[in-house]
Design a protein around this ligand. Structure first.
Ligand SMILES: Nc1nc2c(c(=O)[nH]1)N[C@H]1C(S)=C(S)[C@@H](COP(=O)(O)OP(=O)(O)OC[C@H]3O[C@@H](n4cnc5c(N)ncnc54)[C@H](O)[C@@H]3O)O[C@H]1N2
Ligand code: MOO
Ligand SMILES: [Mg+2]
Length: 395
């Protein structure tokens, strides 16, 4: 049995490159950018008026002039006009090009206008005020967004501004999620006494949706022949297979055997952790296989602890480790890394982690009351309130 650290290393050393695709920018939220986004022009592209008011040549004000004849109007979206006489002014609107020969804008609130004359009513103004200078925010060919950034609403605005209607992003892996087990029935069905509804596939679908990875699902009963037949096809058709169940020691836990018979190279089976110990990880030439243990919390936690970092590294992102402060003493004797469910809160800028009482890895309802798993290392058994450990957040 290997340690969590070794398992994580093996996973991060078996990442895949799924290539790049070009998609409409508006569909790219949550995807990983695979090109540098450069400014196609200066930002702003012209000296931009930033207040509605009048534009003057500051020199006239400096000489003591306060009343200005209005020569014209410069609206946003109209071609730049010229202040013909430096003792006059032009009415200007926010977003307009600053007129030629003008350099300073005074807000309407600070002038009175009567009979075509604008009179400044404040004593102090400064040269270039209320003008957002051309190129102040960025110069043409500046890199505005670097490759490997996860695209969010802020990036969408920049993509639109530079005219990137299509954008290159990391292709997503093609994923199949498979549940196994004779005891499982569909969500719409009424289970018999000895049956339960399957839930793991749906939590996995949702965990993948958070990464914008579409997936398909299938259910296979504990029938070795059928398992083998179906998995053989899935191995050809998908980049990643996520399984829940059938990887432990039971009479009907056929998956490790089936994987072996189908030529899946085992990279490891069983990790020194709780929950999630019987985790199987393997690969073929073109497919990666995550065999998550069937208990719901094991499937959930292992997807976060292993599939997420594997995916992020595959598309070019290193996941940042997060930590939290334990708020209660915890005693855990087995020589296993303990992924303990915790509720997080913030206090004075620190994240606190309060353990949640659950009934083991089958208690899927307890996931609702927690926000994260705190990762307590296997080299100790007493964990004290106030100590800091890594956390894997899911909220
Ligand atoms: N003799 C041993 N028994 C078990 C060991 C062990 O080391 N020695 N490990 C235990 C641990 S830890 C776990 S976790 C489970 C893992 O079992 P499997 O991966 O083989 O999963 P199953 O046997 O198929 O199911 C376990 C449990 O989970 C429920 N389940 C499965 N799939 C779903 C689903 N899609 N939705 C909801 N619930 C699901 C299933 O009904 C079982 O209750 O093995 C321990 N045993
Ligand atoms: O991995 Mo099992 O989840 O400890 O119950
Ligand atoms: Mg089992």
């Amino acid at each position: 049995m290997i340690s969590v650290k070794e398992a994580k290393n093996i996973i991060l050393n078996s990442t895949q490159n799924f290539g790049i695709e070009e998609i409409p920018f508006i569909k790219s939220v949550g995807r990983i950018l695979k090109e540098e986004i450069v400014a196609d022009r200066d930002f702003p592209p012209f000296n931009r008026v930033s207040m509605d008011g009048i534009a003057i040549d500051y020199k006239a004000f400096e000489k003591g002039q306060r009343a200005f004849h209005i020569e014209g109007i410069q609206a946003a979206g109209s071609k730049q006009i010229t202040l013909q006489n430096s003792e006059n002014c032009i009415e200007v609107m926010t977003g307009a090009v600053l007129p030629n020969n003008a350099n300073t804008v005074i807000r309407y609130e600070d002038v009175t206008i009567k009979n075509g004359i604008a009179t400044i009513t404040i004593d102090s103004i400064h040269e270039n005020q209320n003008v957002h200078p051309k190129g102040k925010d960025g110069k043409v060919r500046d890199i505005l967004i670097h490759q490997n950034k996860k695209i969010a609403a802020a990036e969408i605005g920049v993509l639109a501004t530079v005219g990137k209607s299509k954008v290159k992003v990391a292709k997503q892996p093609k994923v199949m999620i498979i549940s196994t087990g004779d005891e499982l029935v569909g969500v719409d069905e009424i289970p018999l006494e000895h049956q339960i509804r399957r839930s793991n596939v749906f939590t996995l679908v949702s965990l993948l949706e958070r990464l914008n990875i579409p997936s398909e699902t299938a259910h296979i009963t504990d029938d070795k022949t059928v398992l083998k037949q179906k998995i053989e096809t899935y191995l050809q058709e998908y980049d990643v297979l996520l399984f829940s169940g059938a990887v432990s020691k039971g009479k009907f836990d056929f998956l490790p055997q089936v994987f072996d018979e189908l030529g899946v190279e085992k990279l490891f089976h069983r990790v020194a952790q709780r929950p999630g110990k019987p985790f199987f990880y393997g690969q073929t030439n073109n497919c990666i296989v995550f065999g998550f243990p069937g208990n719901p919390i094991s499937t959930f936690g292992n997807c976060l602890a292993y599939f997420y970092p594997w995916y992020y590294k595959s598309v070019g992102i290193e996941m940042q480790e997060k930590t939290a402060i334990l708020t209660e003493d915890v005693l855990f004797k087995p020589n296993l890394t303990y992924f303990l469910q915790v509720k997080l809160s913030d206090k004075f800028g620190h994240t606190l982690a309060t353990p949640i009482k659950g009934n083991g890895s089958g208690d899927l309802a307890s996931l609702v009351n927690a926000d994260a798993f705190i990762q307590l290392p296997n080299d100790k058994s007493e964990f004290k309130s106030g100590e800091v450990y890594n956390v894997i957040r899911y909220r």
